[in-house]
Design a protein around this ligand. Structure first.
Ligand code: SF4
Length: 283
């Protein structure tokens, strides 16, 4: 079936209501979330936007539904410590997490520490990470990050945004991943290609670049949800709200979504609750 766009005036949408992910957490959806979903659905039936996109009740409903749909979601990059996560995140640029996870076991076996990376000839690192793409630049970043870590931070991965940004190859997205996943520090929100796309589709921002999207999101998402929120959106973007053909029929957020990108007729597959995280490109 050829997917077709759904207009905002579409009647009788068969969109599904938010559903729990099967661990019982879904039953705890609060009354305000339900009200926001009901209000949004009513507005959609009337052929108009349901409510102000940034209304606190709507934001709260989106967060609740994401938490119910992806309970306990985690970073898909395999790592045993902050340094390995930093390396894996640098390698994940323009590459799937699955590919990175195929490369890192041998890489960490050959170069177990930042000192080993700092000593390694660039061609040796390049050869081991070639399949992740952009391997010349990535090898330089890994080598440079290891050297800076040793020279300026005693060989330990720093735990502040300002210090992490001093490492070659590390921008805010990578720093946010390391701070959030390795140290549980919510300094910002990870904005990769999925978070950017979904934040726009859900009208949480109108910005088109990652720094401004992050700024907008940090104003409307409670800080204690920053870390999980990005993981949840990334998983939703991989499994359901796919760039070219979003699977709106399977989307737990459908009743809250007014995106002109809505696509109806995309074939359904396993729901997020049934399917493990699929590999996807990181932005
Ligand atoms: S999958 Fe469809 S309904 Fe769900 S957030 Fe994406 S565009 Fe909106």
């Amino acid at each position: 079936m050829t997917p077709r766009k759904i207009t905002r005036t579409r009647q009788n949408s068969p969109a599904r209501a938010a559903r729990p992910a099967g661990n019982g957490k879904g039953a705890s959806a609060n009354a305000s979330s339900k009200t926001a979903v009901q209000t949004a659905a009513k507005g959609a039936k009337n052929g108009r936007k349901a409510s102000a996109p940034l209304a606190p009740g709507r934001i709260s409903a989106i967060l609740d539904i994401l938490a119910q749909t992806y309970p306990g979601v985690e970073c898909a990059l395999h790592h045993r410590n902050a340094w390995e996560l930093l390396v894996a995140t640098i390698l994940s640029a323009q590459c799937t997490d699955a590919r990175v996870n195929m490369v890192t076991p041998a890489l960490f076996k050959k170069f177990p520490s930042p000192e080993d990376f700092a000593r390694a000839p660039l061609p040796e690192i390049e050869e081991m990470i070639r399949s992740t793409g952009f391997y010349h630049n990535k090898a330089k970043s890994l080598s440079g990050a290891a050297k800076t870590l040793i020279e300026e931070f005693g060989g330990k991965v720093p735990q502040t945004m300002a210090e992490l940004l001093r490492l070659p190859g590390v921008a805010r997205k990578t720093a946010n991943v390391v701070l959030g996943v390795a140290f549980g520090i919510a300094e910002g929100i990870v904005v990769d290609t999925h978070v950017l796309r979904l934040s726009r589709r859900l009208e949480l921002t109108s910005a088109t670049d990652a720094p401004r999207v992050e700024q907008d999101l940090t104003k409307i998402i409670p800080r204690d949800r920053w870390i999980a929120f990005s993981h949840e959106l990334i998983h939703h973007g991989r499994q359901v709200c796919i760039a070219r053909k979003p699977r709106c029929i399977d989307c737990t957020l459908e009743k809250l979504c007014n995106s002109s990108d809505k696509t109806w007729g995309t074939t359904t597959g396993p729901t997020p609750a049934q399917k493990p995280a699929a590999p996807a490109k990181r932005g």
